[in-house]
Design a protein around this ligand. Structure first.
Ligand code: ADP
Ligand code: MG
Length: 390
């Protein structure tokens, strides 16, 4: 793989470099609620700018439906990036052609997914968009792939562009790949994986891939209820994927999966709902489980204290609402306190670390890519990485 360092060695002064970043940050109304992905993108952008490149940042926000959507403009993101860099980052548009730039300038292209060719399944359409991106760079442009959160996507600004321009892995992508390679090739044991989040069906593939490699898999979050149902428990109105109960039963036969023993239930999905902590065999109809309980946190923490490698993906409960945040906080705290090599993967999990006030430095690595890190751990070929290896 050619890297950012190789590009710098070749010389980038006055060349236009397209940098694909993952700046798909969460919003609370008009405000960016977590700018972790923006901050993670800064080192590569800054290095190129300091070397005198003309940097065009390419990124997306949300899932626009087939055209421009002012609510999904990257305007606030370019403004925040400019604040962090201490230099303005102008928002530019593909249809305006090559932006006028001086050496060291940084601009951001408006949401690339406003153009439906970005995500088209038709390679000719994607190649056409990639060609228009190349045209922004003049004759001797380069492409730096630094959006780890999108490398599992077969998209114009991730994959097709790398066929059209000399392509390099950015610092963030390299760091992510190195950490995830450690987890897949040579993890120190005990290797403990903590999985949560909402949908079990999203994560079955990674569970199957990880089970042979891990010593213990701790399961919380909305997905634990399908496992609890597989053990024969009634789960009331909790999240349940009935069609996955059979698969969960088979996975439980591994003997490596540890489920919660108590849960926080609520009479409705709201921060001011009535709540109770109950054993998992006492979830009544009309109640929904929205967090793991304190006994479960203590048991999970005991396993984590012995671990030498930890991978955590998916919050243990609906941490966005205070009454259901303690499970996630407790498990995250236990990871911070352990001396294990610890990796957090997943947009919401990383956001939870920051929202709950845990020290980011308490984890060995916080991945910016949820889906991408899971697919990497599943052993899948990620098209955005494969194209850099060609
Ligand atoms: P990540 O982005 O870290 O991969 P997911 O997207 O899989 O995580 O899941 C995050 C979401 O799961 C959060 O928004 C959280 O509110 C939700 N969640 C966690 N536990 C529950 C639960 N018991 N019931 C419903 N939703 C839950
Ligand atoms: Mg998520």
């Amino acid at each position: 793989m050619q890297t950012l360092g190789d590009l710098i060695d070749e010389g980038v002064h006055s060349r236009t470099v397209l940098v694909r970043c993952d700046l798909n940050v969460p919003f609370d109304g008009d405000e960016i609620s977590d700018d972790g992905r923006i901050r993670a993108s800064v080192p590569t952008i800054e290095e190129l700018s300091e070397e005198g490149a003309q940097v065009i940042v390419v990124a997306h926000l949300g899932r626009p439906k087939g055209g421009p959507d002012p609510a999904l403009s990257l305007g606030p993101v370019s403004a925040r990036l400019g604040e962090i860099l201490g230099a303005p980052v102008r928002l530019v548009h593909l249809h305006d052609g090559p932006p006028s730039m001086a050496a060291g300038d940084i601009v951001m292209l408006e949401n690339i997914r406003f153009d439906p060719r970005e995500t088209s399944r038709n390679p000719a359409e994607r190649a056409e968009l990639a060609g228009e991106l190349v045209a922004l760079t003049g004759g001797d442009g380069a492409f730096v792939s630094d959006g780890f959160g999108v490398v599992h996507r077969e998209q114009a600004s991730v994959v097709d562009i790398a066929h059209e321009l000399p392509a390099y892995a950015g610092g963030l992508v390299l760091a992510e790949v190195e950490v995830l390679r450690t987890l897949t090739t040579d993890p120190a044991h005990p290797y403990v994986v903590v999985l949560g989040g909402s949908k079990v069906s999203d994560k079955l593939a990674v569970i199957e891939a990880l089970l042979p490699k891990v010593d213990t898999l701790l399961v919380g979050g909305g997905m634990c209820f399908t496992f609890l149902a597989a053990q024969g428990h009634a789960v009331g109105d909790s999240l349940l994927e009935s069609d996955q109960v059979g698969t969960c039963r088979e996975l439980l036969e591994s003997g490596k999966i540890v489920l919660p023993t108590d849960v926080v239930v609520a009479d409705r999905f709201a921060a001011d709902a009535d709540t109770r902590t109950v054993p998992v065999d006492a979830i009544e109809d009309g109640w929904l489980g929205l967090d793991i309980g304190p006994a479960s946190v203590a048991a999970f923490a005991g396993v984590l204290a012995e671990a030498r490698t930890v991978f955590w993906n998916g919050p243990m409960g609906v941490f966005e609402m205070a009454p259901f945040a303690e499970g996630t906080r407790g498990v995250a705290q236990a990871i911070v306190e352990s001396s294990a090599f610890s990796v957090v993967g997943g947009g919401d999990s990383a956001a939870a670390v920051r929202a709950l006030g845990l020290p980011e430095s308490g984890f060995s690595h916080i991945s910016t890519g949820g889906g991408a890190s899971l697919e990497f751990l599943e052993g899948k070929d990620l098209p955005g990485l494969a194209v850099l290896e060609q």
